[in-house]
Every structure is written in structure tokens, then in C-alpha cells.
Design a protein around this ligand. Structure first.
Ligand SMILES: C[S@@+](CC[C@H](N)C(=O)[O-])C[C@H]1O[C@@H](n2cnc3c(N)ncnc32)[C@H](O)[C@@H]1O
Length: 273
């Protein structure tokens, strides 16, 4: 089975460095609101935390900055990203973590080991998300909570004035992810997937970022051109459409009172047994 699904740092965008910067900006874009929800869902200092698909380590950094007595076990399938995160976090003098280079589908970790789990922007890339949720459930302690955070590209970026061409960009992105076994519209399915994965007390929130509040720059950094160029190179998007999207996007940005909004979908569940 394809364990890595539709996210590979080397191929998802035109350039690895741009993609790592984009991931960092996506953390910054939502962090304040996201953190409030993690705390509301039960995250606190001193916990043993599982982080699934930890990537470059930017979420690991944010959590350990806020909760210095917590300890994170990060599962990351990609050896380049696992190494990157170890170095990145060490440079920041952050030590309360271990990165294990494995798939969430084959962690080999003992049952009932963690107080809290965060799986952010990972399920949407996996061909078998329920198996991943079941593995998180298995290694969570009874009473532990798990939060799964994903996108739903039906409702990705919306703007005022409306840029109708963005739909063509997201349709191309979705086709590309589906072709690799991902599900870029998984956001709406999260509560059902958690229940099917064994969780109870399931709850669901949609958080949003608005350009009037976080600024345009944050959105520009968190989207970038790396993925559209890759979609063009892979034949999912034509240069004519990409040109139109760029023109209309620039027109929207120049418009007085323009707005950009984006959502993230969060589902939480508890292991009761
Ligand atoms: C979009 S990135 C998100 C990174 C990080 N969670 C964040 O929010 O910034 C998805 C991450 O999941 C990892 N990943 C994909 N399939 C995985 C699997 N089966 N097991 C563990 N990690 C996986 C990828 O290598 C990548 O680092």
C-alpha cells in the first residue's frame, strides 16, 4: 500500500525550500486560533503528546514553546523532513521531543502511551485515513484526546472581490491529490472518520483566517506559487488558466476593501476505554 499518499515534499511543489516556507506560513496563519482550540480540547503542560506527520517541526516548536514541560513523540514518514525537524528544533534549543521516522500506519509504539495526539494536514493525504485514526486511537491512553486537522478544498480560499478562476486552481489541485490517493475534501468527513476509527465524544470546529485581521502577507506566504507551477508542469493546469488566475488575483489584491479568507477543519475525539 502507498503509505505516504498524496504528500511528498519533493514532488508536491516546484521547490522544496518554497514548500517548507509555505508550511511554516500555514502554521503562523492559524496558530493563535488553533492553540485556543487545542487547549479547549484538553491540551496542557506536562502531557505526553503524539504528533503525526510532523513535517519540518513547526507545530512541534509552537507546542513546546507554549508547554515547556510537555514531551512530544513525532511520527514522520519522510527521512528528509524527519532530519530537517531534528536539526531545526535543536537549533532552537528545543529538546523535549523525539522524531521517529515511520508511517502512522506502522508505528510499532505500545498501546495506551499518550495523553494527547495532534494529526495536522495528514489524513487528507492518506489513501486509508481510518487505519491511521485507529492507530492513533490504539496508542492513546484511555481518557486521552486526539485532534485531527485538515482542509476541505471545496471551501479553500475565498475572496472579495470574488475570483471565479480560483475554482479552476482548486479543481486542478484536487485532481492531482485524488490521483495520488489523497482526499482534499476530507474536512467535512472528519467527525464520521473519527467515529469509525473508534473515538467517542467527537466534536468539530471550523477555524478561519481573514486578511483584514492577519494581513495579506500571511496569505501570500501560506499559498505561494510552488504548487500552481507544479500543477502546470504535471498537466493539471494550463498556462492560459494560470495566467488568468494570476491576473484576476492581482486585480482583487489592488481592489479597495479586498478580503481573503481561509478555513481549517478540526475534529476531536476521546478514547474512553
Ligand atoms: C502537509 S504536511 C503537514 C506537516 C505538519 N503536520 C504541519 O501541519 O505543518 C504532511 C506531512 O505528513 C507526512 N506524512 C505523509 N504520510 C505519512 C504517513 N503515512 N505517516 C507519517 N507521516 C506522513 C508528510 O511527510 C508531511 O510531513
Amino acid at each position: 500500500m502507498n503509505l505516504q499518499g498524496s504528500y511528498q515534499i519533493n514532488t508536491i511543489a516546484s521547490n522544496v525550500e518554497l514548500e517548507i516556507n509555505r508550511l511554516k506560513a500555514q502554521v503562523e496563519l492559524f496558530w493563535d486560533k488553533e492553540l485556543k482550540h487545542y487547549i479547549e480540547f484538553g491540551l496542557n503542560d506536562g502531557m505526553l503528546i503524539l504528533e503525526v506527520g510532523s513535517g519540518p517541526g513547526f507545530i512541534t516548536e509552537k507546542i513546546l514553546e507554549k508547554f515547556p514541560n510537555a514531551n512530544i513523540t513525532a511520527i514522520e514518514i519522510d527521512s528528509f523532513l524527519a532530519d530537517f525537524s531534528r536539526k531545526y528544533l535543536s537549533c532552537k534549543n528545543i529538546n523535549q521531543f523525539t522524531v521517529i521516522q515511520k508511517s502512522i500506519l506502522e508505528t510499532g509504539l505500545p498501546d495506551s502511551s499518550f495523553d494527547f495526539a495532534i494529526t495536522r494536514l495528514v489524513l487528507e493525504h492518506l489513501p486509508d485515513p481510518i487505519s491511521a485514526v485507529r492507530e492513533v486511537y490504539r496508542i492513546l491512553k484511555p481518557g486521552g484526546k486526539a485532534v485531527f486537522v485538515d482542509n476541505d478544498f471545496e471551501m479553500h480560499i475565498m475572496t472579495y472581490p470574488h475570483v471565479s478562476e480560483l475554482k479552476e486552481l482548486y479543481d486542478a489541485y484536487c485532481q492531482s491529490r485524488y490521483s495520488e490517493g489523497g482526499n482534499p475534501k476530507i474536512g467535512r468527513e472528519l467527525p464520521t472518520i473519527l467515529k469509525n476509527g473508534g473515538f467517542s465524544g467527537v466534536d468539530f470546529e471550523i477555524i478561519s483566517a481573514h486578511s483584514e485581521i492577519v494581513g495579506d502577507e500571511m496569505f501570500l506566504k501560506s499559498e505561494g506559487i510552488g504548487i500552481p507551477i507544479k500543477l502546470l508542469n504535471d498537466g493539471f493546469l494550463s498556462s492560459k488558466i494560470l495566467g488568468r488566475i494570476s491576473t484576476e488575483w492581482r486585480r482583487m489584491m489592488k481592489s479597495e476593501n479586498h478580503s481573503i479568507i481561509r478555513q481549517l477543519y478540526m475534529a476531536v475525539g476521546e478514547k474512553t476505554l
